[in-house]
Design a protein around this ligand. Structure first.
Ligand code: ATP
Ligand code: MG
Length: 252
């Protein structure tokens, strides 16, 4: 069994989807077998890759009990994905199943071909509801993107509280990695935020900082990863380096 990683922060717009897609591509290009799961009803992973969402995906898996393998879409060599589907938001309000509805995704992964992958990356919505709980329970590791602004730090401390509660329920630790995203390195505030997270989370902050880069903002509109859109950009360089951090556990 490989590494199952949820990309999570309840704050919106910090770079969760950008990180899921481009980190996933970088790992696939490094020869790893990767599957991306779009746990966000906004369907941003499929949209970013220029794929159709019409056939259903995690909505049918979580709401109707379909198997994960029925909904796998091949993106390129070593890389597959499962889209959110049109009705995934309905899962947030499911009340049947009691506490076990938090483990629906974990169960689905355990009985699927994803167990043979090197990496499963789960793109989470900007919330802390049932979809995120499922992602957290399914994952052994979290990647928390934190952008270089003050409110992003607030999102991080909220995330750590949610994590603590989840670990109590699960009875085991979840490894946390923090990644600095959307960094404007000429800004004082950006540097202050980085120093704060390094101070409070020693050994947890991945070394690579993802710079604010216009090509990263543009590539979803072309339905391409940064590697297919502009492979010589700062964005491509940063996500390739981030993949190496994750493979070797390199932190600052
Ligand atoms: N490093 C970057 N440089 C430039 N633009 C970026 C960068 N990272 C993300 N963006 C842009 O910022 C916006 C938010 O990024 P993204 O969608 O990845 O965040 P998110 O955390 O997934 O958002 P949500 O909470 O809505 O799911 C997008 O328009 C994206 O293209
Ligand atoms: Mg997103």
């Amino acid at each position: 069994m490989g590494r199952i990683i949820a990309i999570m922060n309840q704050k919106g717009g910090v770079g969760k989807t950008t990180t899921t897609v481009n980190l996933g591509f970088a790992l696939a290009l490094a020869g790893k077998k990767v599957t991306l799961l779009d746990m966000d009803p906004q369907n941003h992973v499929a949209i970013s890759l220029g794929l159709e969402n019409g056939q259903g995906g995690l909505d049918r898996i979580l709401l109707e009990g379909d198997g994960l393998d029925e909904h796998l879409i091949v993106v390129r060599d070593n890389l597959k994905m499962i889209s959110a589907g049109d009705n995934l938001a309905d899962f947030e309000t499911v009340t049947v199943g009691g506490a076990s509805r938090g483990k629906a995704l974990k169960r689905a992964i355990a009985s699927s071909s994803l167990m043979a992958d090197d990496f499963v990356l789960i793109d989470c919505p900007p919330s802390s509801g049932l979809l995120c709980i499922n992602a957290m329970f399914a994952a052994d590791e979290l990647v928390i993107p934190v952008s270089g602004d003050y409110l992003s730090l607030q999102g991080l401390s909220r995330m750590m509280q949610i994590l603590k509660r989840a670990e109590t329920v699960l009875g085991h630790r979840i490894r946390v990695w923090i990644v600095s995203t959307r960094m404007q390195l000429n800004r004082k505030l950006t540097e202050q935020v980085r120093l704060k997270i390094l101070k409070y989370f020693p050994g947890r902050v991945l070394t690579t900082m993802i710079r604010e880069n216009v090509a990263l903002a543009e590539c979803p509109s072309f339905g391409k990863s940064i590697f297919d859109y502009k492979d010589k950009s700062a964005g491509a360089e940063d996500y390739q380096s981030l993949a190496q951090d994750l493979l070797s556990g390199r932190t600052s």
